[in-house]
Design a binder for this molecule. Structure first.
Ligand code: SF4
Ligand code: SF4
Length: 442
């Protein structure tokens, strides 16, 4: 019996490379009429997707075509920005005589890569509240995921990823690195930190995670490592205790409504009113009342409201995230609406151009040319984390002292559960098996 694409992708350990880490085999095991590749790359300072697209456009298109065939889709769309000229030129070459896949140019705005936003921008369809792209007949994923799908179909597992190393480093760089490379090795590849003390924003400055641990490994979901001085406002903001965040919100929210008027989900027509959520915090309520609960669940935690528009710089996304997790813990699930809303008229004039965001966040000193490093990175050791995905952690299938070759399965998704396989990203000897598999180069 022929092996299906879903099985090839499951075997190869492909997960959403845009940051979410949802196992791709599960996502593409569906029927849809449109397949969308997300090449928006809307977070400031990032370059990895544009390099991947300019260098591997053919493979990305191949991945889109494979998913189209598997899902029964008639159309493929690659969403990217026109300003990424090399990527656009590479796709134009790759798409000759392939009319079933087309390019869609996205505004140079944040967050144009948000799942709901890109599905609307590329197809004109609004995902209903509590819904998924599949609810409007769309399968979508990041461009690197589609490249990995094409590789999976050729029998190649995920062992590397493209990553941007930028911010307060001596020579910002974009490179392809083995999964499990330490962030310290990546920072070294960028000439080392420009500051003696620094913090790391992993994944991006707006939606990424703050860390001070450069020993941690590169995951399949890590598209960027941004180094910042420890007193940068983006770092300070994330180190405030949550109780303090609630306190400042109660003290300082003036109910100006600007957070709502700029919110990308509100502008798509969803019933998300962050100022009302802040009002309920103002009154000391543990959760917003009634529909407000659904409201918090609609927040994608893009941080645009708090970082860009709120005159008090209040931690709105953080509070929404906390409400969502509290509701999840209570077993509350949002009800999916069947009707898709109509985008609000205000949307056309409320987009936030990425350039303005860079200025507002004080990131101009870090805007620099970011070349692609051709020379492969050869770390002496890698740590393959067992959990790099939504769902269950993988189970190790190698033992200490065992020799492994690059691409060999080292941890398998548990049977019958949502999960992902992980493979050796370098050839070497297994030195540790914990919640990761450490391999030292042979
Ligand atoms: S923008 Fe800030 S101050 Fe204004 S309503 Fe929203 S949270 Fe309150
Ligand atoms: S973080 Fe703010 S702007 Fe972004 S979706 Fe949530 S409420 Fe809207």
């Amino acid at each position: 019996m022929a092996v299906t694409l879903v099985e090839q992708v499951r075997k190869a350990g492909v997960v959403g490379a845009g940051g979410a880490g949802f196992p791709t085999w599960k996502k593409i095991d569906a029927r849809a009429d449109v397949v969308v590749a997300n090449g928006a790359e809307c977070e400031p300072l990032l370059h990895n997707d544009q390099y991947l697209m300019s260098r591997e456009a053919e493979r990305v298109v191949r991945g889109v075509e494979l998913v189209m065939t598997a899902a029964g889709a008639e159309r493929g769309i690659i969403g990217l920005k026109e300003k990424h000229r090399d990527a656009v030129a590479a796709f134009r070459r790759a798409l000759r005589r392939r009319p079933h896949v087309r390019l869609a140019f996205l505004e140079n705005a944040y967050p144009s890569g948000d799942e709901f936003v890109i599905v609307y921008e590329t197809t004109g369809r609004v995902i209903p509240e509590g819904g998924l792209p599949l609810d409007v007949g769309v399968v979508n994923s990041n461009v690197e995921t589609f490249r990995n799908i094409a590789d999976a179909a050729d029998g190649r597992p995920v062992t590397e990823r493209t990553v941007t190393v930028a911010g307060a480093v001596r020579r910002p760089v974009c490179l392809s690195a083995p999964i499990g490379t330490s962030l310290a090795d990546l920072i070294d590849a960028a000439g080392g930190p420009a500051e003696e003390e620094y913090a790391l924003m992993i994944g991006g400055l707006m939606m990424g995670k703050l860390s001070r641990d450069a020993a941690q490994p590169l995951l399949k979901t890590t598209g960027a490592v941004i180094v910042l001085p420890p007193d940068h406002r983006l770092v300070r903001r994330r180190t405030v205790p949550f109780t303090r965040s609630l306190h400042v919100t109660r003290e300082f929210c003036c109910q100006c409504m600007l957070c709502t008027l700029i919110c990308p989900r509100y502008l798509l027509g969803h019933e998300l009113y962050p100022h009302l959520i802040m009002r309920s915090v103002l009154f000391g309520l543990p959760f917003p009342e009634g529909g407000g609960r659904t409201s918090a669940h609609l927040c994608c935690e893009c941080e645009l409201c708090g970082l860009y528009i709120c005159p008090m710089e209040l931690p709105i996304a953080r509070i929404n995230g906390n409400i969502k997790r509290n509701l999840d813990a209570l077993g509350w699930a949002p009800q999916k609406k069947t009707a898709a809303p109509a985008p609000r008229a205000l949307r056309e004039s409320s987009r936030v151009v990425t350039r303005r965001l860079v200025w507002r966040l004080g990131l101009q000193p870090y805007e620099a040319a970011v070349p692609f490093r051709e020379e492969p990175l050869r770390p002496r050791s890698v740590k393959i984390m067992l959990r790099q995905n939504v769902g269950a952690a993988a189970e190790p299938c190698v033992r200490k002292g065992q020799r492994v070759r690059k691409g060999q399965l080292v941890a398998a998704a548990p049977a019958g559960k949502l999960g992902a396989n992980h493979h050796a990203s370098i050839a070497g000897v297994v030195r540790e098996v914990r919640d990761y598999v450490r391999i030292d180069a042979a």
